[in-house]
Ligand binder design. Sequence first.
Ligand code: GCB
Ligand code: CA
Length: 899
Amino acid sequence: MLKQLLRCLLLILLLALPAAAQQRITQSINSNWLFRKDAAESTAASVAAATGWEKVSLPHTWNAADVLDDEPGYYRGTGWYRKTLQVPAEWQQKRVYLYFEGANQEAEVYVNGQLAGRHAGGYTAFSFPVSQFIKFDGPNPASAQVLVKLSNRHNVDIPPLSADFTFFGGLYRDVYLVAASPVHFDLDNYASNGTFLTTPTVSKDAAEVVLSGALSNESATARKLTLLTQVLDAAGKTVVRQQTSLTLKAGENRRFRQPLPQLKQPHLWSPTDPYLYRVVSTISEGKAQLDELVNPLGLRWFRFDAAQGFFLNGQPLKLIGTNRHQDVSGRGNALPDALHEKDVQLLKQLGGNFLRISHYPQDPAVLQACDRLGILTSVEIPVVNAITDSEGFFQNCRTMQTEMIRQGFNHPSVIIWAYMNEVLLRLPEGIKRDNEPGRAYLKKVNQLAQQLDDLTRREDPSRYTMCVNHGAFELYQEAGLTKIPQLVGWNLYQGWYSGELPGFADYLDRHHRELPDKPLLVTEYGADSDERLHSFQPRRFDKTTEYANAYHQFYLKAILDRPFVAGSTVWNLAEFSSETRQEANPHMNTKSLLTADRQPKDAYYFYQAHLLQTPFLRIGSRGWNLRSGPAAGPDSLFCRQPVEIYTNQPAVRLLVNGRDLGTKPAEFGVVRFNVPFGNGWNRIRAQAPGQAVEDQADVEFQLLPTQLTSTQLPFTELNVSLGDQRTFSDAQLHQVWVPEQAYAPGGWGYVGGTVYKLPGERLPYGSDRDILGTSYDALYETQRVGLRQFRLDVPDGEYEVTLHFAELEAAPAAEQLVYNLAGTGAASGAAPKAGRSFSVLVNGVAALPNLGAAATLPPLQAVSFKIPVSARNGRGIILDFQPQTGETILNGLQVKRLY
Ligand code: GCB
Ligand code: CA
């Protein structure tokens, strides 16, 4: 009985086989590649014999380690990848393709020594037919040598020309091998899947769905084919189907348009209910199925209105979300799909409904996740900062735009195709806005925008076009960039790079007044925050969590208050790599809601409080659970510091170590308490009265005595950042650096001198240069200049004093940075002064004689000295700073009691 059943099964399988064997086969080929860098510019023929290949698997970038070190710069050159493929002999009957999801940025693909194709641009997919290069007449399986030459070198004809992110080189996305039957859906259409779904009308009652595309018959005979398309609901039930007969001549590629019967009472797609249908299309001949494709289908309609914002399925919907870059710390841009999906999850958990996929198309996993999770998207090509006036550049832009649109066409999450980001931020050398070359350049930019806009509307009339500008209103108007696209995106940083927070609101109102017919989105806004830096007097550009919090609180309110603002996206979801950046976190951009390894910052919770529908309450500064500060007075055992609670509830009650601090009302999602922290662990509990939501945080506090001889709070250690008004919490070393203060008897502090400050208004204090030899740049970037003493009235005992220096007077950075929107010249440096020289005496001993730029203190280099010292006869510790040439300096000071 069993045997019979098995035989029967086998028979069924065998019968099914011929049809199945004709099906398209798709497999990733990410494993077992060899890689080598090639500064010597080998050829495909010579490189095969070269040694020094490294085993890698994809996704892979050759810059992952490059950008982790302290040194500026990363390898921008050529790399080769190679792999041996085993191709079954049966595939001789098939059309074999290599498909690359993306490779940065110029690729040449060879198969068995022959060029299969070239591709320019690092962010879109490409594919090449390779059957003709495979030697099927040899052993089975046939082996094929795949060799990929890649370069991430600057190329004036390939966007981006410059940008505030790292151009990681490599085969950093999945690579696939595809084998299709000779009769197949078009495989040669800009690496799209060859089919395009449109929904000419969608309403609550009915939806029209049309599948267009092309079929190819690469066989030697005419074929009588059936194209069958079925729409399946989420349960897998066919809801509509359409069958079309076509006869294709040998070698014919035929376009088709297949309208489906009306779909009644469609289940609509939206962020709250991202319902997806599947559209399954097959080509068959008689009973044999030759090819099959599945596309997602989300039924929705939408529009933008200049006065009222965005509407989805007839309902107003404020688009709120973030931008996203495609790198994660330690991995560069070479991410497994799961990490792309995780970011979309994190945006969903934020309560966001919108993602600006910036500044380039990303891994297919991103749009897939957006379709599934209900995140609307805007996608753009990387024309950033500037253009090249060359036919090559224009052509590459048009090709990229076409690739982006055709490859992403069938994703219901996409509502906008964009094509330029702040393209007038960097006018090329010698060009000024109001000189003749300047006017000619603006005209060229206008031409390119017009070409890309026309192309986009032709390719896909169902989505909107957008151009994204920086906050130079007239300039973009003059170039026509507020007119050509259907939507204008503004990247606004008032209160960050320049100006003050209210300037943001004024700018939005100006747009509304002067361009009343043009819908607008705030495509970027953000403030850097280093999780280690905190301040009770937050200042623009100080990189503290507290300033970033205030910034987001102001911006979100201004956005929500204005119905004409269709949407906004925070810059950025997570910290990302930008190798040319300096400042407090060199090589990183830290304007984000998440750290580079995706831990939430305070602002993430603030947005959750506004965007989540369910009761929400979170204690802020969770990442700041190691704090320090001086006791409120000589007899106090507490230090009061602010804590923010983020909630969508009307009020919050706070308890600290069981002590009730009372209930306070929330203002715009935030409740502020001044919490008395005691030495050691403090347990904070927050509750929303009458609601089941609560949160708890444990904060460790290092309470500093105000009188250093205090017996109830004995002195143990002190870490001071000079020329600084921030605290710096170092969780790893379990140390907190506190801001400087002037000496007062019984306590500690500097005597004399001033805070180091660069000219200009951008930085409140300190330098914005990368300090080499440390990952504590923020500490070394601030400095007290011209101080005479540093004193600590510690009790008698044995101590260790560590002095930290960095010479901040240095030549300006060679590479002018592009992200400085205020145009005041980032990474500035005062002209180096004639070398300084000074000595430090520790309790009268010349422990550090002749410190100076010439030998001991090279510019922009962290230098530390640890010195043991005894405090005797109640004299404490006195450091005397004695200048010989120029002024004395001190960047940081640590004092620790040993015994
Ligand atoms: C911008 C750019 C973006 C930068 C950002 C910043 O306007 O579009 O690429 O990263 O500003 O942080 O300066
Ligand atoms: Ca992928």
